[in-house]
Design a protein around this ligand. Structure first.
Ligand code: CAA
Length: 284
Protein backbone atom coordinates (compact mmCIF):
# COMPACT_ATOMS: atom_id res chain seq x y z
CA UNK A 1 0.00 0.00 0.00
CA UNK A 2 1.13 3.54 -0.63
CA UNK A 3 1.40 6.00 2.26
CA UNK A 4 0.96 9.69 1.45
CA UNK A 5 -0.54 11.31 4.55
CA UNK A 6 0.61 10.65 8.10
CA UNK A 7 -1.02 11.79 11.33
CA UNK A 8 1.34 12.11 14.29
CA UNK A 9 -0.48 11.87 17.58
CA UNK A 10 1.19 13.79 20.40
CA UNK A 11 3.32 16.89 19.89
CA UNK A 12 5.87 16.35 22.66
CA UNK A 13 9.59 15.78 22.07
CA UNK A 14 9.16 12.54 20.14
CA UNK A 15 5.93 13.45 18.30
CA UNK A 16 7.27 16.75 17.03
CA UNK A 17 10.61 15.15 16.02
CA UNK A 18 8.78 12.40 14.11
CA UNK A 19 6.46 14.97 12.46
CA UNK A 20 9.52 16.97 11.36
CA UNK A 21 11.22 13.90 9.86
CA UNK A 22 7.99 12.84 8.10
CA UNK A 23 7.41 16.28 6.52
CA UNK A 24 11.09 16.50 5.55
CA UNK A 25 10.70 13.14 3.78
CA UNK A 26 7.84 14.44 1.63
CA UNK A 27 4.80 13.20 3.57
CA UNK A 28 1.73 15.35 4.29
CA UNK A 29 1.63 15.56 8.09
CA UNK A 30 -1.22 16.19 10.50
CA UNK A 31 0.03 16.86 14.03
CA UNK A 32 -2.67 16.07 16.59
CA UNK A 33 -2.76 16.98 20.26
CA UNK A 34 -5.37 17.80 22.88
CA UNK A 35 -4.67 21.53 23.00
CA UNK A 36 -3.82 23.95 20.18
CA UNK A 37 -1.12 25.58 22.32
CA UNK A 38 0.93 22.33 22.33
CA UNK A 39 0.65 22.12 18.55
CA UNK A 40 1.64 25.78 18.09
CA UNK A 41 4.68 25.27 20.33
CA UNK A 42 5.75 22.14 18.42
CA UNK A 43 5.35 23.79 15.00
CA UNK A 44 7.33 26.81 16.21
CA UNK A 45 10.15 24.51 17.42
CA UNK A 46 10.15 22.60 14.13
CA UNK A 47 10.34 25.96 12.29
CA UNK A 48 13.40 26.89 14.41
CA UNK A 49 15.09 23.52 13.78
CA UNK A 50 14.52 23.87 10.01
CA UNK A 51 15.84 27.44 10.09
CA UNK A 52 19.07 26.12 11.68
CA UNK A 53 19.39 23.70 8.76
CA UNK A 54 18.94 26.63 6.36
CA UNK A 55 21.70 28.53 8.18
CA UNK A 56 23.98 25.48 7.91
CA UNK A 57 23.26 25.35 4.14
CA UNK A 58 21.53 21.94 4.41
CA UNK A 59 18.16 23.29 3.26
CA UNK A 60 17.10 26.31 1.20
CA UNK A 61 14.53 28.78 2.52
CA UNK A 62 12.19 27.42 -0.16
CA UNK A 63 12.70 23.82 1.12
CA UNK A 64 11.88 25.02 4.63
CA UNK A 65 8.68 26.72 3.50
CA UNK A 66 7.63 23.62 1.53
CA UNK A 67 8.27 21.34 4.52
CA UNK A 68 6.28 23.61 6.85
CA UNK A 69 3.56 23.84 4.18
CA UNK A 70 3.15 20.05 4.36
CA UNK A 71 2.35 20.24 8.11
CA UNK A 72 -1.00 21.02 9.68
CA UNK A 73 -2.22 20.82 13.26
CA UNK A 74 -5.52 19.55 14.63
CA UNK A 75 -7.16 18.87 17.97
CA UNK A 76 -9.77 16.54 16.46
CA UNK A 77 -9.53 12.84 15.61
CA UNK A 78 -12.17 13.51 12.95
CA UNK A 79 -9.44 15.06 10.82
CA UNK A 80 -7.90 11.57 10.52
CA UNK A 81 -10.50 10.55 7.92
CA UNK A 82 -8.03 10.75 5.02
CA UNK A 83 -4.76 9.59 6.62
CA UNK A 84 -2.91 6.43 5.54
CA UNK A 85 -0.82 6.05 8.68
CA UNK A 86 -1.00 7.27 12.28
CA UNK A 87 2.18 7.36 14.36
CA UNK A 88 1.12 7.56 17.98
CA UNK A 89 3.57 9.19 20.40
CA UNK A 90 1.46 9.97 23.47
CA UNK A 91 2.10 9.26 27.16
CA UNK A 92 3.28 5.77 28.12
CA UNK A 93 0.04 4.79 29.81
CA UNK A 94 -1.72 1.66 28.54
CA UNK A 95 -5.24 2.65 29.65
CA UNK A 96 -4.90 5.97 27.85
CA UNK A 97 -3.40 4.30 24.78
CA UNK A 98 -6.30 1.82 24.58
CA UNK A 99 -8.86 4.67 24.64
CA UNK A 100 -6.90 6.50 21.95
CA UNK A 101 -6.60 3.39 19.73
CA UNK A 102 -10.36 2.87 19.97
CA UNK A 103 -10.95 6.47 18.85
CA UNK A 104 -8.41 6.16 16.03
CA UNK A 105 -10.07 2.95 14.88
CA UNK A 106 -13.43 4.76 14.69
CA UNK A 107 -12.07 7.83 12.86
CA UNK A 108 -9.38 6.54 10.48
CA UNK A 109 -10.17 5.01 7.08
CA UNK A 110 -10.22 1.20 7.08
CA UNK A 111 -6.92 0.93 5.17
CA UNK A 112 -4.98 3.10 7.65
CA UNK A 113 -2.12 1.63 9.68
CA UNK A 114 -1.84 2.55 13.37
CA UNK A 115 1.79 2.57 14.53
CA UNK A 116 2.92 3.16 18.09
CA UNK A 117 6.16 4.84 19.11
CA UNK A 118 5.87 3.18 22.53
CA UNK A 119 9.19 2.58 24.32
CA UNK A 120 8.15 -0.58 26.11
CA UNK A 121 4.41 -1.33 26.09
CA UNK A 122 2.64 -4.22 24.33
CA UNK A 123 1.63 -3.63 20.71
CA UNK A 124 -0.70 -6.64 20.92
CA UNK A 125 -2.59 -5.07 23.84
CA UNK A 126 -3.07 -1.77 21.96
CA UNK A 127 -4.13 -3.69 18.83
CA UNK A 128 -6.77 -5.56 20.83
CA UNK A 129 -8.53 -2.24 21.51
CA UNK A 130 -9.21 -1.94 17.74
CA UNK A 131 -11.00 -3.95 15.07
CA UNK A 132 -7.87 -3.86 12.88
CA UNK A 133 -5.23 -5.76 14.86
CA UNK A 134 -3.57 -6.72 11.56
CA UNK A 135 -2.85 -3.02 10.94
CA UNK A 136 -1.35 -2.15 14.34
CA UNK A 137 2.43 -2.23 14.68
CA UNK A 138 5.29 -0.76 16.73
CA UNK A 139 7.43 1.90 15.02
CA UNK A 140 9.94 3.06 17.60
CA UNK A 141 12.06 6.17 16.96
CA UNK A 142 14.94 7.41 19.12
CA UNK A 143 15.61 10.80 20.64
CA UNK A 144 16.51 13.14 18.95
CA UNK A 145 14.29 11.70 16.20
CA UNK A 146 15.69 14.08 13.59
CA UNK A 147 19.21 12.69 14.13
CA UNK A 148 19.05 9.06 15.30
CA UNK A 149 19.08 6.63 12.37
CA UNK A 150 17.30 3.66 13.94
CA UNK A 151 13.64 2.70 13.78
CA UNK A 152 12.68 -0.51 15.59
CA UNK A 153 9.75 -2.28 13.92
CA UNK A 154 7.74 -4.46 16.28
CA UNK A 155 4.94 -6.65 14.94
CA UNK A 156 2.20 -7.57 17.44
CA UNK A 157 0.69 -11.05 17.56
CA UNK A 158 -1.77 -10.35 14.70
CA UNK A 159 0.14 -7.74 12.66
CA UNK A 160 0.06 -8.63 8.94
CA UNK A 161 3.15 -8.93 6.73
CA UNK A 162 1.65 -6.23 4.51
CA UNK A 163 1.57 -3.77 7.44
CA UNK A 164 5.14 -4.59 8.40
CA UNK A 165 6.40 -4.08 4.80
CA UNK A 166 4.56 -0.75 4.53
CA UNK A 167 6.20 0.48 7.75
CA UNK A 168 9.62 -0.68 6.59
CA UNK A 169 9.13 1.31 3.40
CA UNK A 170 8.11 4.45 5.35
CA UNK A 171 11.14 4.10 7.67
CA UNK A 172 13.47 3.85 4.67
CA UNK A 173 11.83 6.82 2.95
CA UNK A 174 12.50 8.74 6.19
CA UNK A 175 16.17 7.81 5.71
CA UNK A 176 16.13 5.61 8.79
CA UNK A 177 17.51 2.10 9.24
CA UNK A 178 14.76 -0.34 10.27
CA UNK A 179 15.57 -3.22 12.62
CA UNK A 180 12.95 -5.81 13.57
CA UNK A 181 12.41 -6.66 17.22
CA UNK A 182 10.21 -9.32 18.78
CA UNK A 183 7.46 -7.97 21.01
CA UNK A 184 8.99 -8.01 24.48
CA UNK A 185 9.26 -5.17 27.03
CA UNK A 186 11.72 -2.54 25.78
CA UNK A 187 12.29 -4.41 22.48
CA UNK A 188 16.06 -4.31 21.76
CA UNK A 189 17.49 -0.87 22.53
CA UNK A 190 15.64 0.00 25.72
CA UNK A 191 15.99 -3.57 27.06
CA UNK A 192 19.74 -2.97 27.10
CA UNK A 193 19.97 0.83 27.49
CA UNK A 194 17.51 1.44 30.34
CA UNK A 195 19.04 -1.09 32.80
CA UNK A 196 22.41 0.55 32.03
CA UNK A 197 21.06 4.03 32.81
CA UNK A 198 19.35 2.63 35.94
CA UNK A 199 22.69 1.14 37.05
CA UNK A 200 24.36 4.54 36.54
CA UNK A 201 21.74 6.10 38.85
CA UNK A 202 22.32 3.35 41.43
CA UNK A 203 26.09 3.98 41.19
CA UNK A 204 25.43 7.70 41.73
CA UNK A 205 23.22 6.90 44.75
CA UNK A 206 26.01 4.72 46.21
CA UNK A 207 28.53 7.55 45.76
CA UNK A 208 30.73 5.56 43.38
CA UNK A 209 31.21 8.74 41.34
CA UNK A 210 29.69 12.18 40.93
CA UNK A 211 27.32 12.94 38.04
CA UNK A 212 30.22 14.37 36.03
CA UNK A 213 32.57 11.50 36.90
CA UNK A 214 30.07 8.82 35.91
CA UNK A 215 29.27 10.53 32.61
CA UNK A 216 32.91 11.28 31.77
CA UNK A 217 33.88 7.69 32.61
CA UNK A 218 31.22 6.24 30.32
CA UNK A 219 32.01 8.68 27.50
CA UNK A 220 35.76 8.16 27.57
CA UNK A 221 35.86 4.57 28.79
CA UNK A 222 32.90 3.10 26.90
CA UNK A 223 32.73 5.37 23.85
CA UNK A 224 29.23 6.69 24.58
CA UNK A 225 28.44 9.96 22.73
CA UNK A 226 26.96 11.32 25.96
CA UNK A 227 27.05 9.95 29.50
CA UNK A 228 24.13 7.86 30.83
CA UNK A 229 22.97 10.58 33.26
CA UNK A 230 22.98 13.30 30.58
CA UNK A 231 21.13 10.83 28.35
CA UNK A 232 18.52 10.23 31.10
CA UNK A 233 18.02 14.00 31.28
CA UNK A 234 17.57 14.20 27.51
CA UNK A 235 15.16 11.24 27.28
CA UNK A 236 13.24 12.37 30.40
CA UNK A 237 13.73 10.85 33.85
CA UNK A 238 9.99 10.07 34.00
CA UNK A 239 10.30 8.07 30.76
CA UNK A 240 13.34 6.16 32.05
CA UNK A 241 11.46 5.33 35.27
CA UNK A 242 8.31 4.31 33.36
CA UNK A 243 10.31 1.88 31.19
CA UNK A 244 12.21 0.52 34.22
CA UNK A 245 8.89 -0.05 35.99
CA UNK A 246 7.47 -1.95 33.02
CA UNK A 247 10.55 -4.24 33.07
CA UNK A 248 10.28 -4.79 36.83
CA UNK A 249 6.57 -5.65 36.56
CA UNK A 250 6.61 -7.69 33.34
CA UNK A 251 9.73 -9.78 34.04
CA UNK A 252 8.99 -9.99 37.81
CA UNK A 253 12.74 -10.04 38.32
CA UNK A 254 14.47 -7.92 40.99
CA UNK A 255 17.40 -7.25 38.66
CA UNK A 256 15.17 -4.66 36.95
CA UNK A 257 14.27 -2.81 40.19
CA UNK A 258 14.27 0.95 39.46
CA UNK A 259 16.80 3.04 41.42
CA UNK A 260 15.22 4.84 44.37
CA UNK A 261 16.89 8.06 43.24
CA UNK A 262 15.01 7.85 39.90
CA UNK A 263 11.71 7.75 41.80
CA UNK A 264 12.75 10.63 44.05
CA UNK A 265 13.66 12.77 41.07
CA UNK A 266 10.32 12.11 39.39
CA UNK A 267 8.48 12.84 42.66
CA UNK A 268 10.39 16.13 42.94
CA UNK A 269 9.49 17.05 39.34
CA UNK A 270 13.14 17.02 38.23
CA UNK A 271 12.51 15.32 34.88
CA UNK A 272 15.60 16.46 32.97
CA UNK A 273 16.02 18.93 30.11
CA UNK A 274 12.26 19.47 29.71
CA UNK A 275 11.81 20.81 33.27
CA UNK A 276 15.17 22.62 33.42
CA UNK A 277 16.54 20.28 36.09
CA UNK A 278 17.55 16.64 36.17
CA UNK A 279 21.01 15.31 36.99
CA UNK A 280 22.19 18.62 35.48
CA UNK A 281 20.61 22.08 35.37
CA UNK A 282 19.40 23.60 32.10
CA UNK A 283 18.17 27.01 31.04
CA UNK A 284 14.50 26.69 30.07
N1 CAA B 1 17.28 17.77 17.70
C1 CAA B 1 17.65 17.88 16.41
N2 CAA B 1 18.94 17.85 16.00
C2 CAA B 1 19.87 17.70 16.94
C3 CAA B 1 19.56 17.59 18.31
C4 CAA B 1 18.20 17.64 18.68
N3 CAA B 1 17.79 17.52 19.95
N4 CAA B 1 20.72 17.46 19.01
C5 CAA B 1 21.71 17.50 18.11
N5 CAA B 1 21.19 17.62 16.87
C6 CAA B 1 21.94 17.70 15.61
C7 CAA B 1 22.84 18.90 15.57
O1 CAA B 1 22.16 20.02 15.04
C8 CAA B 1 23.96 18.44 14.66
O2 CAA B 1 23.53 18.53 13.31
P1 CAA B 1 24.58 18.83 12.13
O3 CAA B 1 25.43 17.61 12.00
O4 CAA B 1 23.67 19.06 10.96
O5 CAA B 1 25.35 20.05 12.52
C9 CAA B 1 24.09 16.94 14.98
O6 CAA B 1 22.82 16.57 15.56
C10 CAA B 1 25.20 16.67 15.97
O7 CAA B 1 24.95 17.48 17.11
P2 CAA B 1 26.07 18.15 18.01
O8 CAA B 1 27.31 18.37 17.20
O9 CAA B 1 25.48 19.32 18.72
O10 CAA B 1 26.32 17.15 19.17
P3 CAA B 1 26.79 15.65 19.16
O11 CAA B 1 27.67 15.33 18.01
O12 CAA B 1 27.26 15.44 20.53
O13 CAA B 1 25.42 14.82 18.96
C11 CAA B 1 23.61 13.67 19.88
C12 CAA B 1 24.31 15.00 19.78
C13 CAA B 1 23.16 13.21 18.49
C14 CAA B 1 22.39 13.85 20.77
C15 CAA B 1 24.63 12.61 20.46
O14 CAA B 1 25.14 13.08 21.67
C16 CAA B 1 24.02 11.26 20.67
O15 CAA B 1 23.94 10.45 19.76
N6 CAA B 1 23.60 10.97 21.93
C17 CAA B 1 22.98 9.70 22.28
C18 CAA B 1 21.52 9.76 21.95
C19 CAA B 1 20.83 8.49 22.27
O16 CAA B 1 21.35 7.54 22.79
N7 CAA B 1 19.52 8.47 21.94
C20 CAA B 1 18.66 7.35 22.23
C21 CAA B 1 17.94 7.61 23.51
S1 CAA B 1 16.92 6.27 23.94
C22 CAA B 1 15.48 6.59 23.18
O17 CAA B 1 15.23 7.60 22.60
C23 CAA B 1 14.49 5.49 23.25
C24 CAA B 1 13.43 5.62 24.22
O18 CAA B 1 12.37 5.10 23.94
C25 CAA B 1 13.62 6.18 25.55
Amino acid sequence: MSIGKIAVLGSGTMGSGIAQVAALSGYEVLLIDVDQKFIDRALANIGKALQKSVEKGKLTTEDKEQILGRMKGSISYEDCKDVDLVIEAILENMDLKKQVYQKLDENCPSHAILASNTSSLSITEMAAATKRADKVVGMHFFNPAAVMKLVEIIPGLDTSDETVSAIEEVAKKMNKVPVYAKESPGFIVNRILVPMINEAVIALGEGIGTVEEIDTAMKLGAGMPMGPLALADMVGIDIVLAVAEVFHKEFADSKYRPALLLRQMVRAGHLGVKTGRGFYKYQK
